[in-house]
Design a protein around this ligand. Sequence first.
Ligand code: G4F
Length: 335
Amino acid sequence: MAKRALITGITGQDGAYLAQYLLSKGYEVHGAVRRSSHGGVADHRLEWLGIREQVRLHDANMLDLASLIRLVQEVRPDEFYNLAAQSFVATSWNQPILTGQITAIGVSHALEAIRIAKPDTRFYQASSSEMYGLIQQPVQSEDTPFYPRSPYAVAKLYGHWITVNYRESFGMHASSGILFNHESPLRGREFVTRKVTDGVARIKLGLADELRLGNIDAKRDWGHARDYVKAMWLMLQQDAADDYVVATGTTTTVRDMCAIAFEHVGLDIEEHLVIDPEFFRPAEVDVLLGDPSKARRVLGWEPETSLGAMIREMVDADMTRLSQPSPPPAISMPL
Ligand code: G4F
């Protein structure tokens, strides 16, 4: 019998790549989706990967415990991947309570649904390197103390610890993946890598002439989402649940990441990059650098895509998208 996986956040970047990966392994893949009144399901990432018809989508909401219990009763998943979140850090200062409800309490809802309806389901929680925030050690591992710097990171910290707590309290197979930044052509355009690759492609095609960014001195440990979803799956294949850092082990400034994109299309960064105070955050995470040695040792996981290769792939994808007859409009709200 095919294994069954249930993914919350299946229409997001990681959900789409994870669904594709699990399908390639013969899983029956189910996804929880939140309906909205203004236009159906945002399933364009599943379409882009060509897997929309192969996944089964169900109506559910992280804020509605009953909907999650019903979903677990109906799908009876072997594995539950909780990728749903209000995941944009900048927005979490404008919507701190909603962020807490979805990104923190939503995890409790998922765990309770499993505990009530099918306690042997293996659970993956999408934790985040943002939890390290004001870093307490130059290289962050599973043993590094956390110091969150945004409402988003505070909420993620709750999700992380409640996952550990359910593992220790109820013996659930619940693992937490502390993923450092991971990107792809499916990344939302509000995040800095995609904002850069979309912006550079627009400039190259004559659709824009500048790219406005905030703190370009911030440093991140960036990997490819396609590689990182494999680590999620590996965690749930272990005999014992545990927590793992997933990272590349190298860190790069926003400025240098941006330079890769400009260079790829033969443009001079100095002529187009504008620093705009609008994009600075109330509290910044200056630098993140992960130590993935436990994931390498225990899971046998390795990142396969370099930052350079990933940014070039993203720029190429944006050039293709924007060259189509009706390209997506530029984002109109400040991000
Ligand atoms: O791409 P970002 O918005 O990602 P951030 O805040 O690091 O969070 C992402 O990674 C986390 C994992 O560590 C996830 F948990 C989270 O859900 C999300 O996926 O910003 C990266 C850096 C920041 O330091 C930001 O201040 O880029 C800097 N930046 C500079 N100018 C900008 C901009 N970020 C955005 N989004 N837009 C700018 O114009």
